[in-house]
Design a binder for this molecule. Structure first.
Ligand SMILES: Cc1cc2nc3c(=O)[nH]c(=O)nc-3n(C[C@H](O)[C@H](O)[C@H](O)COP(=O)(O)OP(=O)(O)OC[C@H]3O[C@@H](n4cnc5c(N)ncnc54)[C@H](O)[C@@H]3O)c2cc1C
Ligand code: FES
Length: 279
């Protein structure tokens, strides 16, 4: 058995600058040993610890889908010491990945249901993974209607333009992409995610909503979903608490009795409502 603290060695195969401020970059990582790729058996919604020798580890959601073979994608916002060190790395450099960690979106339970996916800012990462997985020809007919609502402050801060542009052209997903206000050259939707959600008005009937975004977006989207008739069991969220070990040992991430790293990061609103409001 692999030591749970031992990262797999990976090479940075490609770095994609995602946003106009250059602070969000997607790192495409390739395993040095093909057997490690097989062992790294993940499901959308999970995360991994990215490990940089001499700097430390950071928990980051897996943005690629298991249907995308040969690499892993992680989109990282530059906020502090380890993320800055990662942003200084170059294609070809070596680093480590430890995981996969945590639970995932309940893809099995979502089968046969309509899925509303609501994202704000760079919290869209594991939802990119989820949508890519659901739209794969091997999985698409297991799900009903898929609605994707995604917003960022400006057009230049939207991630994964290539993917959502392609999704907008498909007839088996309704993708609504919005920015906070009018911008020259932007012909898409304008408005905050909660308002767009209200405008789109997804039906709660046989539906679940996956919601990921900054706290302010969550705060105002939750009542919109409740007004539309979604129950707390039908609303699913992913938390990003501070973490260290990522495997339920150090106690750094717990909220009440739950370890966000092991029992989460994905919880229903019904589960979160049972916890102290410290997440
Ligand atoms: C399950 C999970 C998934 C995540 N997925 C992503 C992702 O896909 N992309 C991404 O860019 N980030 C993600 N994060 C957040 C990421 O782990 C932190 O931004 C990172 O650890 C910061 O490391 P640092 O050494 O650069 O910052 P530090 O030097 O440790 O801190 C810099 C600043 O960031 C703040 N900070 C650090 N960690 C967090 C945190 N977890 N929540 C809020 N503020 C924090 C600190 O308070 C400080 O102000 C995720 C976190 C978790 C727990
Ligand atoms: S990060 Fe150590 S217990 Fe969750």
């Amino acid at each position: 058995m692999q030591n749970p603290y031992q990262p797999y060695p990976v090479r940075i195969d490609k770095i994609i600058v995602e946003t106009e401020d250059k602070n969000l970059r997607t790192f495409r990582l390739v395993f040095l040993n093909p057997e490690d790729e097989k062992a790294f058996n993940y499901t959308p919604g999970q995360f991994a610890e990215l490990s940089l020798a001499g700097y430390g580890e950071i928990p980051i959601g897996i943005a690629s889908s298991p249907t995308e073979k040969g690499y892993l994608l992680f989109t990282v916002n530059k906020v502090g010491s380890v993320t800055s060190a990662l942003h200084n790395m170059k294609e070809g450099d070596l680093m480590g990945v430890r995981g996969p960690l945590g639970n995932s979106y309940p893809l099995k339970e979502l089968e046969g249901r309509n899925v509303v996916i609501i994202a704000g800012g760079f919290a869209v990462t594991t939802l990119r993974s989820t949508i890519t997985w659901m739209l794969d020809p091997a999985h698409r007919d297991k799900y009903g209607k898929i609605i994707f609502i995604y917003g960022a402050r400006t057009p230049g801060m939207l991630l994964y333009e290539e993917e959502w542009s392609a999704w907008q052209k498909r007839d088996d997903i309704d993708a609504y992409i919005t920015v906070d206000r009018e911008f020259p050259g932007w012909n898409g939707m304008v408005g905050f995610v909660p308002a767009v959600t209200e405008q789109v008005g997804p039906s709660p009937e046989n539906s679940s909503a996956l919601v990921c975004g900054p706290p302010i977006m969550i705060k105002f989207t939750q009542p919109v979903l409740e007004k539309l008739g979604f129950s707390e069991e039908q609303i699913i969220m992913s938390l990003e608490n501070r973490m260290k070990c990522g495997i339920g040992i150090c106690g750094r991430c717990n909220v009440g009795p739950e370890y966000v790293c092991k029992d989460g990061p994905v919880f229903t609103l019904a589960q979160l409502n049972q916890l102290p409001k410290e997440y």
